[in-house]
Write a protein that binds this ligand. Structure first.
Ligand code: NAP
Length: 592
């Protein structure tokens, strides 16, 4: 392909994609970069020196990035006769597969779309990926910011961001509102501006697929689908349904749902499985503050993802250092997530952190983990030493303020002179060990106190398996009623299970049975046995049975307790009180 202004470095080779969809990266890859507007050139210059230094150190000169400048924004407009997003930039990004870009000015005026939005749409970069974790030393408003370590996959192409909007008073608005009122019976205030929120199975599933693939590749613990499906059933609720459907259909060996985790595995994650769960969008903001360690990979729609990624980034140091990328099926464009901060343009002043860490993710994406880790290790060391740009300096006591390039120099000095590769490997192993230990601790809590964990982690029970009592207090049929009553008092329960006889059926003895069959039946409690007065058989339900189905069974048979079974084995007992307690704790929503 021949270009007008883009010059492909002669020594470099382009990346490619193999038949099985894997990215093939040579040791001399050509990667694209767009320096961006405003502060873009300052941060891009500093970052490229750091990325190159890390690659040189990690691979002793065996690997090297060959940078290819691509043009967007004001620099492009100067070169391409006023065109802010030239066709050849688009073509080169498709050709090179991986690029990184600084911030771009959105030209002001009618008819201009945000360049970032155009880029995502034209290259079909449907997943906005925002990894958010804390680096030691970075100022944060959280008490324990190190607990935040999530990667947000935000759907980029749909939702109210799709641009299907009709202004109040416009002709199209009139047509649409007429149709909505007259044909569909919708009701809303006159002159309302109208926006459409398309959420499709196609876009939802490809986004969730990317999130699950990422979780598998990076050995993450869970993928959480974030939605507001309790209110917007056919858009946000459908996203949730399609997400679970995709996991079930395409990753049956690698995933289990949170429901299955509790109902079939008692809270213990089976080896090699990723837990698929979901949370309501408003609750996730609270949970990310109170229990951030429970969230790992998040998949959500455009608007939720927009709010959520900035809010979580603020927990660990703000969007000034938050990395990001927009990724499609083959093409990936990494980017600084802040804007062009025009008042600082050309002053060599601002924080290069956002672009720097996006580059680290880019190195990881092309499989150059050692180089990525060198920067990840050097970065907190430099910040902890108080060598920071103006924005951090104003939040840290006793810091030494340095320029953008000065910060880059400090990182390079740390990478070249003090870090060694054994230390990088050691730290990586240590991080993995810590993650494993934390997972084990969480698992232990789930196993020991599943109900408490469920409430605290914002999860609602949906099946009887979630609310049943797991400990079964059992006696044999020949136990006397006196002995049985004593055991009930000691255990603080109002019923006991009678172990199955030859027919395999369980029985149950309750306080009610004692009153009706011993007192009213005129018997002696020291002589009567559990076998004499217990009710049997006890009706069984599957642990997957819904709470409302259980209520139906209880009402139909006029009983107050059910045995819960899984794969033919009795695993718990659920009482009317357990069901009512769940309603009290979590509320009950009328079914459609
Ligand atoms: P902005 O450029 O992000 O700047 C807002 C403020 O954030 C700055 O004044 C500065 O705060 C702080 N800031 C941003 N980047 C920083 C950095 N690297 N280091 C330290 N502080 C940093 O947002 P804006 O002023 O709303 O937008 C300006 C232009 O950028 C607009 O044309 C907008 O369209 C564009 N934009 C582009 C992108 C993108 O390309 N991805 C994203 C957002 C906005 P202080 O003033 O407190 O020092």
């Amino acid at each position: 392909m021949s270009y007008q202004h883009v010059v492909l470095p002669e020594q470099g080779r382009k990346l490619s994609v193999s038949d099985d969809g894997r990215l093939q990266v040579p040791d001399n890859p050509v990667l694209g970069f767009v320096e961006g507007d405003g502060i873009g050139p300052d941060i891009t210059r500093a970052c490229m020196r750091v990325w190159d230094a890390a690659v040189a150190k990690a691979y002793g000169g065996k690997r090297r990035i060959h940078w290819c400048e691509l043009y967007m924004g004001e620099k492009a407009a100067g070169l391409y006769d006023g065109d802010y997003f030239p066709a050849e930039t688009l073509a080169a990004m498709q050709d090179l597969l991986v690029a990184i870009k600084g911030p771009l000015t959105t030209p002001v005026g009618e008819g201009f779309r945000s360049l970032n939005v155009s880029l995502r749409q034209k290259l079909d970069l449907y997943a906005c990926v925002r990894p958010v974790r804390h680096y030691e030393g970075v100022p944060s408003p959280m008490k324990a910011p190190q607990k935040v370590d999530v990667v947000i996959f935000r759907e980029n192409t749909e939702d109210v961001y799709a641009g299907i909007e009709f202004a109040s008073g416009s002709e199209q608005n009139g047509q649409l509102s007429g149709f909505l009122r007259d044909t569909l019976g919708a009701n809303f205030f006159d002159d309302a501006g109208l926006g459409v929120k398309p959420i499709s199975p196609f876009a939802s599933k490809r986004l969730v697929r990317k999130a699950i693939e990422y979780a598998i590749e990076h050995n993450r613990e869970s993928v959480t689908l974030v939605h507001k499906g309790n209110i917007m059933k056919y858009t946000e609720g459908a996203f949730r349904t399609w997400g679970y459907e995709l996991a079930r259909e395409e990753f049956p060996e690698q995933t289990i749902t949170e429901d299955e985790l509790y109902a079939h595995h008692g809270g213990k994650v089976p080896e090699g499985k990723i837990v698929i769960k979901d949370r309501i969008a408003d609750i996730i903001f609270q949970l990310m503050l109170l229990r951030p360690e429970e969230f790992d990979v998040i998949a959500t729609m455009n608007l939720n993802g927009d709010y959520l990624s900035d809010a979580i980034a603020a927990q660990v140091g703000g969007i000034g250092i938050a990395p990001g990328a927009n990724i499609g099926d083959n093409v990936a464009v990494f980017e600084a997530t802040h804007g062009t901060a025009p008042k600082y343009a050309g002053q060599d002043k601002v924080n290069p952190g956002s672009l720097m860490l996006s580059g680290v993710d880019m190195l990881e994406y092309i499989g150059w983990k050692e180089a990525a880790d060198l920067i990840r290790l050097a970065y907190p060391d430099v910040v902890k030493a108080g060598i920071v740009t103006y924005d951090f300096a104003r939040q840290m006591e006793g810091a030494t303020e340095v320029s953008t390039s000065g910060f880059g120099d400090a990182l390079i000095e740390r990478i070249n002179n003090t870090l060694d590769l054994d230390e990088v490997a050691r730290q990586r192993a240590e991080r993995r060990r810590r993650q494993k230990e934390e997972r084990r601790e969480r698992e232990q809590r789930r196993i020991e106190a599943p109900e408490e964990e469920m409430v605290a982690s914002g999860r609602k029970p949906t099946t009887v398996g979630h609310i049943m009592k797991r400990s079964l207090i059992t006696v044999t049929a020949d136990t006397t009623v006196d002995q049985a009553m004593k055991l009930m008092r000691e255990q603080g329960v109002s019923s006991l299970l009678m172990e199955p006889g030859e027919d395999g059926e369980w029985g149950i003895m309750t306080h009610h049975d004692v009153l009706s069959r011993v007192v009213r039946g005129n018997r002696t409690s020291a002589e009567a046995t559990v076998g004499d007065i217990a009710t049997r058989p006890v009706i069984r339900v599957s642990s997957d049975a819904s709470l409302s189905d259980c209520v139906e069974v209880m009402m139909k048979h006029s009983i107050r307790r059910l045995l819960v079974e899984r794969d033919g084995e009795v695993v718990g007992i659920a009482s009317e009180t357990d069901l009512a307690t769940a309603v009290e704790q979590f509320g009950w929503v009328r079914a459609e």
